[in-house]
Design a protein around this ligand. Structure first.
Ligand code: UD1
Ligand code: CA
Length: 476
């Protein structure tokens, strides 16, 4: 149910210079989801009456994501005045003047904070007298964060940014998490008093604390024990740390749902992935994107699946697959490369050193060894001989190959597309198939073998081969 007393502001206008990237900081991903999407999902689940997202740097790319993840958000463009305080000041203009509740401000770069933790803070704020409550935590290495300065009585006095802090303040371990809840009237009054009088020449939202305290208002600190929940993403080292933390949570979550994960340390599972009970994930495996795995399937070791669907009881070993569908009890790998548009039917097999692309392989059909299958359909219960190439590209256009059911193709064939093989047909070893093969036929395209007697003796006299042949002749 919507919380009519809650408004949320998501700060997403910063430049993210420490990331040193052409991709905006907030669009880097962890667990397959952008940094800001994690925050937007949390914001959405709180069902606030008003949601505002502030953008500026790469605004169009951010807006595209916000419109998908949090469509109810009002987009506000930050102007030339920099800083989180300016962002909040402008966001407030998008919140109706009649709104009388609290404004929750979320830094867009704090992705691991969950809605339950926020709800505890919101409830605490509502049951107390403070006009603002901010989330804090203590860090072993507080560098970069704003420090929480408390008075002798322990009451919150101010937040001092790292860049503006002296040695005494730098030694404070308690930091500002960048998550704040303000009574809207107090926030409106205080943001109008912010200045850019600091080392970064920005309006800091954090200065609101000292402004409110100077006016005699009470500001509460909601300290949380799990610091990792509020770690900000400013550079790639922090991104990797947060991604590993989130991954550990995801892996554990699936383990508790009945998935065997043999080595959590080398297993990466994206947020969107769905796994059934009794799936087994072996070491060195990445399950990415919208991958779905049905019960009893064994994935890995050393396998990467991106946006794949794996049927019950299938095995997928040492494989790289994207946008592929693998049927029930099918077998893939070791060392297979499944590219987009691969469909492997139930009980089918894609074996060792086989590459497939845009290929439908029917129920019970097998491509066991050393082959390329591109732009093809294969019917049911057919077997493709070792070392077969589906030559789909003539240098100008891509063409397709159609193989029927119960076909047995010989080793080392080339199917030169477009070409069709009828049901139950055979092809001989080494055949280059350029013409359609009717159902039930045997196609041979290789010239009959000729043995030239005595060729070695005549052409390689005195060689070990010639000597070996001569010995054999003497024995006979
Ligand atoms: C901020 C806090 C700091 C806190 C830390 C927690 C301020 C001044 N400092 O520092 O006290 O410990 O977060 O992670 O707020 N943004 C805008 N407009 C801007 C600048 C930033 O919308 O003009 C957004 C950014 O996109 C980001 C968030 O605000 O999502 C925080 O900005 P960032 O520059 O990362 O602040 P920090 O230096 O980390
Ligand atoms: Ca930050």
């Amino acid at each position: 149910m919507a919380d009519s007393k809650l408004a949320i502001v998501v700060l997403a206008a910063g430049q993210g210079t420490r990331m040193k990237s052409s991709t905006p900081k907030l669009l880097h991903k962890l667990a397959g989801v952008t940094v800001v999407s994690h925050v937007l999902a949390t914001a959405r689940s709180l069902e606030a009456a008003h949601v505002v997202a502030v953008v500026r740097h790469e605004r169009d790319r951010l807006v595209e994501v916000i419109e998908v993840d949090l469509p109810e958000a009002v987009i506000v463009d930050q102007d030339d005045v920099p800083g989180t305080g300016r962002a909040v000041e402008l966001a407030l203009q998008a919140i109706p003047s009649g709104f009388a509740g609290e404004v929750l401000v979320l830094n867009g770069d704090v992705p691991l904070l969950d809605a339950d933790t926020l709800t505890v803070m919101i409830n605490r704020h509502r049951s107390g007298d403070a006009v603002a409550t901010l989330m804090t935590t203590s860090l072993d290495d507080p560098s970069g964060y704003g420090r929480i300065v408390r008075g002798a009585d322990g009451a919150l006095e101010a937040i001092v940014e790292h860049q503006d802090a002296d040695a005494t303040v730098l030694a404070i371990a308690e930091v500002n998490a960048g998550i704040y809840l303000f009574s809207v009237a107090a926030l409106r009054d205080s943001v109008s008093q912010l200045t850019t009088d600091n080392s970064q020449s920005e309006k800091y939202i954090t200065d609101v604390v000292a402004i409110l305290r100077a006016s005699g208002s009470d500001v509460a600190a909601h300290e949380i024990a799990h610091a990792w929940k509020v770690e900000g993403i400013n550079d790639r080292a922090q991104l990797a740390t947060a991604a590993a933390r989130l991954n550990a949570l995801i892996v554990r979550g699936w383990q508790l749902e009945g998935v065997t994960v043999i080595d959590p340390a080398t297993t990466w599972i994206d947020l969107q992935v769905q796994l059934a009970p009794d799936v087994e994930v072996r070491p060195g495996t990445q399950l990415l994107g919208a991958t779905v795995v049905a019960t009893g399937a064994v994935i890995g070791p050393e396998t990467t699946l991106v946006d794949c669907e794996v049927g019950a009881g299938a095995t997928v070993k040492r494989t790289d697959a994207t946008l592929a569908v693998i049927g029930t009890n099918a077998s893939v790998g070791p060392f297979s490369y499944l590219r987009p548009g691969t469909y492997l039917g139930d009980d089918g097999k894609i074996g060792t050193f086989v590459e497939t692309k845009n290929a439908r392989i029917g129920v019970g059909s097998k491509v066991p060894h050393l082959s390329y299958v591109g732009d093809a359909t294969i019917g049911e219960a057919s077997n493709i001989g070792a070392g077969t190439i589906f030559a789909n590209y003539d240098g100008v256009t891509k063409n397709s190959t159609n193989i029927g059911s119960h076909v047995r193709s010989g080793s080392h064939n080339v199917f030169v597309a477009p070409v069709s093989i009828g049901d139950g047909a055979y092809t001989g070893a080494g055949a280059v198939i350029r013409k359609d093969v009717p159902a039930g036929s045997m196609a041979l395209s290789v010239a009959p073998q000729r043995n030239m007697d005595g060729w070695v003796e005549k052409n390689r006299p005195g060689s070990p081969a010639a000597d070996a042949a001569a010995d054999k002749a003497a024995d006979a």
